[in-house]
Ligand binder design. Structure first.
Ligand SMILES: [Zn+2]
Ligand SMILES: [Zn+2]
Length: 315
């Protein structure tokens, strides 16, 4: 890409015409480190989405530690939490802007387990589990509990909600509940006609009622999961990040743990006409060699395992 093109793209992003995703952490369950995990990264879930003045982090796993002050200088910071499992919150106390005096950080998420969003975060970060609450940090954290409606009308050709759940600058954001122990939110983020879906931590059944790899539909949340609504929610997205933690063989013995396989993720991509699929929430036992070989075996130009530092600019 020529420098002029890069300048033009940066200009488009700053004027809110495009959207950019950066993978800061795609590991699932627990961070890992060492040479074997260099390419795909060992940090847990965190994806940065930028459009205009907005810097929106989806989850605050240890990947968020890579977001230094320079990366978010002059930007409005928001964090969308998918759910409060520790691997998605573990990096939050080390997020550099938390230590900037009066820096406003808006955190969004749903009620979970009868606890408000703030109660979920405070439950983890308080003595004796953590030396101080996040409200003691110099920044100004605001918690916003979000609610989203299931798109129950499966006749809709596209999840083009006229009234998005949330607007942040040029971004329009909607949520959808996916099957996972304790529940989890998938997000769809749009800007200037481009859209990114993030569906991490989801034990999805195959679309269209096919049984899963183990021959049984998943248990957790499956009874309330609106498959037609989910199809409408992800339909036509430019990019989808989807939980693909297990091989089919692993899933057969880890059914109910709340995670999917690349086979399931790919089936949803194809069913919904999603253009590109990034597989995320890598199992801690899957090292670079394993993921490289698996990606080659899948052998598709529009399907990859997310790598540390991956960027996608959609203009
Ligand atoms: Zn997770
Ligand atoms: Zn989880």
């Amino acid at each position: 890409m020529k420098e002029n093109d890069i300048n033009r793209i940066n200009g488009d992003l700053n004027s809110g015409k495009g959207i950019c995703l950066t993978v800061l952490g795609a590991r699932g369950s627990v961070p890992v480190h060492g040479e074997r995990f260099h390419e795909y990264g060992g940090a847990t879930t965190c994806f940065l989405i930028e459009a205009g003045e907005q810097a929106v982090f989806v989850d605050a796993g240890t990947g968020i530690i890579a977001a230094d002050a320079e990366m978010v200088a002059g930007k409005e910071i928001s964090i969308l939490l998918t759910h409060p499992h520790i691997d998605h919150l573990a990096g939050l106390p080390f997020f550099a802007p938390l230590s900037e005096k009066e820096r406003r950080i808006s955190v969004y998420g749903t009620q979970r387990g009868g606890s408000s969003l703030r109660e979920q975060v405070d439950a983890l970060y308080r003595p004796p589990y953590w030396p101080l609450g996040l409200s003691a940090y110099p920044s100004d954290i605001e918690y916003h509990t979000i609610r989203y409606q299931t798109i129950s009308n499966s006749d809709r050709s596209e999840a083009s909600a006229e009234t998005p759940m949330l607007r942040l600058g040029h971004m329009e954001i909607d949520g959808f509940e996916v099957p996972h122990p304790g529940g989890c939110t998938a997000y769809r983020i749009r800007s200037a006609g481009r859209s990114i879906v993030i569906a991490t931590d989801a034990e999805l059944p195959f679309p269209g009622g096919r049984s899963d790899a183990a021959g049984q539909p998943p248990d957790e949340g499956a009874d309330t999961f609106d498959a037609d609504g989910f199809l409408a929610f992800i339909r036509g997205a430019d990019l989808m990040l989807c939980d693909s933690q297990y091989t089919d063989a692993e899933y057969a013995v880890k059914k109910g743990y709340g995670h999917s396989t690349p086979s399931v993720a790919f089936a949803w991509k194809e069913a919904a006409g999603v253009k590109e699929l990034l597989l995320v929430h890598h199992d801690p036992t899957h090292d670079d060699e394993f993921l490289d070989a698996w990606e080659r075996q899948i052998g598709r130009p529009d399907v990859h395992f997310a790598r540390r530092g991956d960027r996608r600019r959609l203009i």
